[in-house]
Design a protein around this ligand. Structure first.
Ligand code: TMP
Length: 213
């Protein structure tokens, strides 16, 4: 059987993750693969409740950073067991819109929670299920900031953070990618969507071949 493949996408808000995830899905399906796309927080009934709580309720303004971290971890723990592992076991490709690196970067680096606790909670939540490939779409903090504000929609809690927060997020991802070069690849999100799509497809094909050999 074809081995399952777990790919996560990371980057700040407004970096173009959704476009690239859709394009990758189309390419994978054209190549005959079954694809499961999931977003975090969310992806399960429990996770979607947590997403609503975190992003769209006025009470969330009172969340402590610690409680916020645990809610993201709870959503992920459910997602791994209910959706990700069964799908990988069936030989599918699972494409994640954010995974544990978001917690390390947003709650650990940007919110400043102790990184050793963040890593321990992350690892407890995923229980050894790590992406084969993580694509970081890198964009300057000010470009991300302006893109979100230009969208004209109502901003969620994280999107309303000041520019410095976005700068920490960006630097956090770049730092993680240097630490974990085998898993994480940084692509310049300022390139054309077509150029990014081509680079992502090459990375995914290489990973598939490596897993099959
Ligand atoms: P988005 O994926 O729709 O952009 O929204 C998810 C938001 O939640 C985004 O602002 C990043 C944030 N987030 C965290 O702070 N920690 C996490 O672990 C995850 C998955 C997301």
């Amino acid at each position: 059987m074809t081995p399952g493949l777990l790919i996560s996408f990371e980057g700040s808000e407004g970096c173009g993750k959704s476009t690239q995830i859709q394009r990758l899905r189309a390419r994978l399906e054209n190549a005959g693969r079954t694809v499961l796309m999931l977003r975090e927080p969310g992806g399960t009934l429990i996770g979607e409740h947590i997403r609503t709580l975190l992003q769209h309720t006025p009470e969330a303004a009172a969340l402590s950073p610690e409680a916020e971290l645990l809610l993201f971890a709870a959503s992920r723990a459910q997602l791994v067991r209910e959706k990700i592992r069964p799908s990988l076991d069936a030989g599918n490709v699972v494409v994640l819109d954010r995974f544990l690196d978001s917690t390390t970067v947003y709650q650990g680096i940007a919110r400043g929670l102790p990184l050793d606790s963040v890593h321990a909670i992350n690892h407890f939540a995923v229980g050894g299920t790590l992406p084969h490939l993580t694509i970081v779409l890198d964009m300057s903090a000010s470009a991300a900031w302006e893109r979100i504000r230009a969208s004209g929609r109502e901003l969620d809690r994280m999107e309303s953070e000041p520019l410095e927060f976005f700068e920490k997020v960006r630097q956090g991802y770049l730092h993680l990618a240097v630490e974990q070069p085998d898993r994480m690849v940084v692509l310049d999100a300022a390139q054309s969507p077509e150029a990014i799509e081509t680079q992502i497809w090459k990375l995914v094909e290489d990973r598939c071949h490596a897993l099959q050999s």
